[in-house]
Ligand binder design. Structure first.
Ligand SMILES: Cc1cc2nc3c(=O)[nH]c(=O)nc-3n(C[C@H](O)[C@H](O)[C@H](O)COP(=O)(O)OP(=O)(O)OC[C@H]3O[C@@H](n4cnc5c(N)ncnc54)[C@H](O)[C@@H]3O)c2cc1C
Length: 281
């Protein structure tokens, strides 16, 4: 490994400057870099991720959820899963974290200009949808109709639920919230069903739509089948892979799928690329 590669593995210091509860087990953190010069030069593209370290506990890959136009700080939204994310959840405002990155490729938002786009997130998958969605909305007039479908098992599990009102106020943006059968509450006025079925039933895609879909692998599989039936080419169905990873820069081989290193060659991939990968998900 050369000196530059080693440098990319050294975390820089950041601190938690805001904590927002999304659901009972999902939280959003605003992270500011300690060094103002580093903060100034820290840029990213929608879809990239950082390795966040909790000192004494370890590191986790987390997607940067705020759009690149918001310079000077980043946001991450995480679900409490195990060792590192539980330790991250125990931290409060003012406490330090380490940050490496940004890593990985990004969503080709420039290529989507003029097209209709459907953003679909299942559960914590909404975290990966958030940066490209707000990146596109930062340049609203360049794109066609925007649909946002946010789904979860229950109403209480909907991530970014409070943003729906703000999104609905933007011209040409349609917001649909979906919960699994049995996950609705009295007074629920959203949809009930599984995301791929509701998406297809509502006819939300077609030949000229780009579909950005992030969520559990089983949901991705059904979404690919549904979009194919709806005439959307697999090259226009874009997702992110979240294989477990360690180094984040293509050295350790923890996240590979065949020859494909998710950290280096992904995490953003099209349905077309997925169909060419070995079936290891
Ligand atoms: C590029 C990328 C971006 C990611 N972005 C986000 C994000 O924005 N928000 C978020 O909440 N999570 C995200 N993840 C997943 C996140 O990195 C893991 O959930 C986290 O590292 C788990 O660490 P832990 O120590 O808390 O869990 P561990 O103690 O390591 O594991 C606890 C449980 O979680 C499972 N698990 C751990 N990692 C993963 C994984 N990658 N995929 C599926 N199951 C896993 C384990 O199998 C185990 O059952 C991302 C992963 C990648 C690779």
């Amino acid at each position: 490994m050369n000196a530059t590669a080693v440098e990319t593995l050294v975390p820089i210091l950041g601190s938690i400057t805001e904590v927002r509860e999304e659901t009972h087990d999902v939280r959003t953190l605003r992270l500011d870099l300690a060094d103002s010069e580093e903060a100034e030069s820290f840029t990213w593209r929608a879809g990239q991720f950082v390795m966040v370290s909790v000192f004494g506990a370890g590191e986790s890959a987390l997607t940067i959820t705020n759009p690149p136009a918001q310079k000077g700080f980043i946001e991450v939204t995480f679900r409490q899963m195990g060792t590192v994310t539980s330790a991250l959840r125990r931290l409060s405002e003012g406490e330090p974290v380490g940050l490496r990155g940004p890593y990985g490729n990004s969503f080709p938002v420039e290529e989507w200009r003029g097209r209709d786009i459907a953003f679909v997130g299942g559960g914590i998958g909404m975290a990966a949808v958030h940066a490209p969605l707000w990146d596109v909305l930062g340049n609203r007039e360049a794109y066609g109709e925007i649909t946002v479908m946010a789904g979860a098992k229950t109403v209480a599990d909907l991530v970014y639920r409070n943003e729906a009102g703000r999104l609905r106020d933007i011209p040409g943006v349609r917001v649909i919230q979906v919960v699994d059968p049995g996950g609705e509450e009295p007074g629920w006025d959203g949809e009930v069903g599984l995301i791929p079925q509701v998406f297809e039933r509502m006819g939300l895609s077609g030949r000229d739509t780009t579909v950005v879909v992030c969520g559990p692998p089983v949901m991705l599989g059904f979404m690919l089948q549904a979009t194919t039936r709806m005439g959307t080419p697999p090259s226009q169905v874009i997702t992110t892979l979240e294989n477990r990873m360690k180094c984040g820069v293509g050295y350790c081989g923890h996240c590979n799928v065949g020859e494909f290193m998710v950290c280096r060659d992904g995490p953003v991939v099209s349905g077309e690329v997925i169909s060419q990968l070995p079936n290891e998900f």
